[in-house]
Design a protein around this ligand. Sequence first.
Ligand SMILES: NC(=O)C1=CN([C@@H]2O[C@H](COP(=O)(O)OP(=O)(O)OC[C@H]3O[C@@H](n4cnc5c(N)ncnc54)[C@H](OP(=O)(O)O)[C@@H]3O)[C@@H](O)[C@H]2O)C=CC1
Ligand SMILES: O=C(CO)COP(=O)(O)O
Length: 331
Amino acid sequence: MNISIIGGGAWGTTLGQTLHDNGHRVLIYDINPKAVEKINNHFHPFFDTILPDEVVATTSLKEVIDFSNYFILSVPTKAVRSVLKEINEVLNKPSVFINVSKGIEPQTLKRVSEIVEEEIDKKNLEGFVVLTGPSHAEEVILRKLTLLVSSSKDQKLSEQIQLIFSNEQYLRVYTSNDLIGCEVGGAVKNAIAVISGACTGLGLGENARAAVITRGIIEIIRVVEIMGGKKETAYGLTGIGDLIVTASSENSRNFTAGKKIGQGIPVDQIYAEQKQTIEGIRTIEAMYHLAKEYNVELPMINAAYDIIFNDLPVKEALQNLLSRDLKSEDF
Ligand SMILES: NC(=O)C1=CN([C@@H]2O[C@H](COP(=O)(O)OP(=O)(O)OC[C@H]3O[C@@H](n4cnc5c(N)ncnc54)[C@H](OP(=O)(O)O)[C@@H]3O)[C@@H](O)[C@H]2O)C=CC1
Ligand SMILES: O=C(CO)COP(=O)(O)O
């Protein structure tokens, strides 16, 4: 098959290699000419890896739209709506959108599937799938064992995407019928990973990390349920699986950004220094608004919001969390 990849960063380019491994032809689109040039010179834009010659890129959106009717969305979530608007202006055929970005729009609290439905004309929207799970691009590019989940309202489509991406050497894809649970888990785990990193930056240890991961999954479940997903999904690869890999890894941009927050580095400086996408800070903002709107208890996310957006010192935020009323370990 021909498959178009919108966003040639760490993840989009890596998935390009996987699709090539699986016998598909790919064309990657990116706004960054330097990234495109690197890919066309057979280098991964972020990793020290030589790409197959056939993984090629372009800065022309028209070219990538003409190339196929399967579009992988691998731009940061903040760019998804604008890039979809641009695609919609040119698109003239029914197409499938496969989202691999992990975030929720802070102003609207919309998931990417909802944004796609809003921005792509109905007649050209053949289907939507989310492909998500614990998957550092740094490992997938080296073809290290990884498990993912493909989820869609259309079971046949999630099975087709499962087949397209699965590779018996290193990548096994499961399907799920809980699109909302998969989308929300993938997004909110980034917020918890920032919090986990902040604990490390503050000098806390493994006990704190285990506490953040475990209570973090409770906060994820609360959001999954309020948004209409299934609690059980959060216990799988797209929830706890992705949370473990992100909240405990130096490979994670969210964990790394959190570490800097814990060291007292201002967020503006973190964004300026860290060139790659950090989804979790934006998701903390989204979750803070969601917690208010739906009266959901998200104590760690609220504390992170106060640190990042209200300049509350990290130590004070931690003290506030610890001095809350004592209670039983509810789920
Ligand atoms: N890296 C990983 O291991 C994984 C990442 N993800 C998710 O995938 C998404 C992308 O992450 P990742 O690839 O790591 O991010 P990167 O920051 O590595 O790359 C994003 C790329 O998208 C480009 N871009 C930004 N805006 C646009 C636009 N409007 N049109 C076209 N290209 C654009 C960026 O260009 P520029 O540099 O000029 O801004 C950059 O090249 C995120 O949501 C992330 O959470 C999911 C699983 C694994
Ligand atoms: O989503 C990811 C792994 O599953 C990547 O996480 P980071 O964006 O924090 O690196």
